[in-house]
Design a protein around this ligand. Sequence first.
Ligand code: MSP
Length: 665
Amino acid sequence: MENRRTGTQGPGQGKKRRIMTTYITTPIYYVNALPHLGHAYTTIVTDTYSRFRRLCGDNVRFQTGTDEHGEKIAQAAEAEGVTPREYADRISEEFRRTWPLLAVEPDHFIRTTDPVHVRTVQDILRRVHDQGDIYFSEYTGLYCQGCERFLTEKELVDGKCPDHLQPPREISEQNYFFRMSRYQEWLIDHIKENPEFITPERYRNEVLSFLGEPLEDLCISRPKARLTWGIPLPFDDNFVTYVWFDALINYLTGIGYPDDPDFSRYWKAAEHVIAKDILKPHAIYWPTMLKAMGLQPYRRLHVHGYWNVEETKMSKSIGNVVRPGELVERYGADTVRYFVLREMSFGLDASFSADAVTERRNSDLANDLGNLFARSLTMIGKYAGGKVPEPDHMILTGADRELIGAVEEMTARYQEYMNDFQFHRALREIWKIISMMNRFIVTNAPWELAKSPGHYSRLMTVLYFLAESLRFIALVLQPVMPAAAAKMAAALGLAGEMEAATLSTAGKWGMLRPGTVISQGEQLFPRLDKVKKVEPPRPQKQGGGKKKTPAPGEGLISFDQFGRIDLRVAEVTAAEKIVGSEKLLKLTVKAPEERTIVAGIAKHYAPEELVGRLVLIVANLQPARIMGVTSQGMVLAARDTDENGNEQLVLASVAARVGPGGKVS
Ligand code: MSP
């Protein structure tokens, strides 16, 4: 069976597959900031996708790099008292050194200061100028330095750039312009004819709606009098090129445009990964520039949302910037990769917190996957002498067939989801199999089978299916958690083989050879303790000073400890959105006195459906200031996922009407 969307073969097929090509890129990051979680996410996604395409048997090229010209960088260098070049060298090196820590392995790291890039940008400028698509003119506009582009009035929110929260500067000067408007109609048609050109769909719609208005031409230069840190225009030495005309071209120069055979091999397969902040340059400037150069547009643009930290925008001034190096040190690369891919629905925003990482690590990785793995290998060690057992195919039960079918289906769905950048869904499919295997163990109770020699064949068959299913799991987890997958493969006696495996060679049943020695392997994911928050000292009750306050997260709690939590029924009397937050609602509740509580439920409940409801609250939490509102307690809700894998929060309540303020015990 050919997979309609990926053009790859389904699992378990013996047919030869045509070798496909993939060229996948990250944005090139500005060197005015050190790498953080946002950069890490895009780069992990791109690495995961490139590993996935390799697993499909593709010939893959993965490129990342740094964007080093422009005003922002010149200013940052000046602030440090070094030359822009010295400054760019240092920060670029920070990016280059960060990626291997996260098991990210690009094939090429490009810098816009590379001489070959500079030459190519100049060649392209000359050609596009010669054909009349670059002209000289005077322009007055609203320039956002954060975006390094002019904004339209419509894009502003309260007179400010919505991304950088700064009012743009009005700039009036003579510059060179790229005749982007000439290609507007062509671009609209191209987007309409190619539904996969910009995904997820919400961003495609956003671009089409922007293109509903006449497109202005693109300013591509800066006078040298104002900025020297750029690429000189080949046709006017008084100007350097504007950041986007320089930066976007990296995607071509990195593969040897125009003459290198790699260019003709990879360009037709180009896919870019970005966040929504740079949608316009990638979805509008870039395709029109390519059209003007006489090149075909890239194949797909994948756009993701923002990572916030504990519901707040990540920012240096707030001091909540998450650094990839620190994350790796605390959790290890595999856990970080798994967490970001599982937690964010590609395209939507997500929130990072240390507790959320620990939760995923302990529940999904240590409990579900780690325990299943350890448990299965221990049983193979104990009952099958530590070797892959010989199954008896004559006695397959319904449960065996169900497991085989489910693993095959998972592998097929996994491929579709990975191909569509639906990483959280692909992972959910894998975890469904992990749960199924845990049930398979309970239903078949190998420890019971082991009690009677008459069940020996059945016991070996059960253990064989466990080992084979684990091999599938290791195979499909390779792109996401390469180190854990390698450990799993090594324990299953497949160290070298797994690395060379593809989904079509290894995605079929029966690859494990009976008799292969299986080792216990090390624990895949040791459990982590939640990071203890530094709490302000609690006011001591009179006479109660002798009892020690338990540290949070120390496992079991006593009745006494539980008794200190003041759980109450509360009635919602008013609810409203908190401006500037997608997740938070401000609730006024009666419990029975009136109080304000900030609850992270805006994505799941509209304010109007809450008024009059009874909810459960923790009433004796220390007040906390959240987005300018003081929250006096916490609303309880249960977490779940819907059939699409999106997180759902369901408010906890009581089964019958209770007067507000009723104690919950
Ligand atoms: N230099 C330009 C890109 C030129 S590409 C031809 C640039 N650089 S940047 O350093 O600002 O990087 C922006 C990108 O970093 C985003 O598109 C995204 O990939 C990543 N992220 C930065 N902050 C982010 C979040 N808070 N969340 C998710 N990704 C974010 O723009």
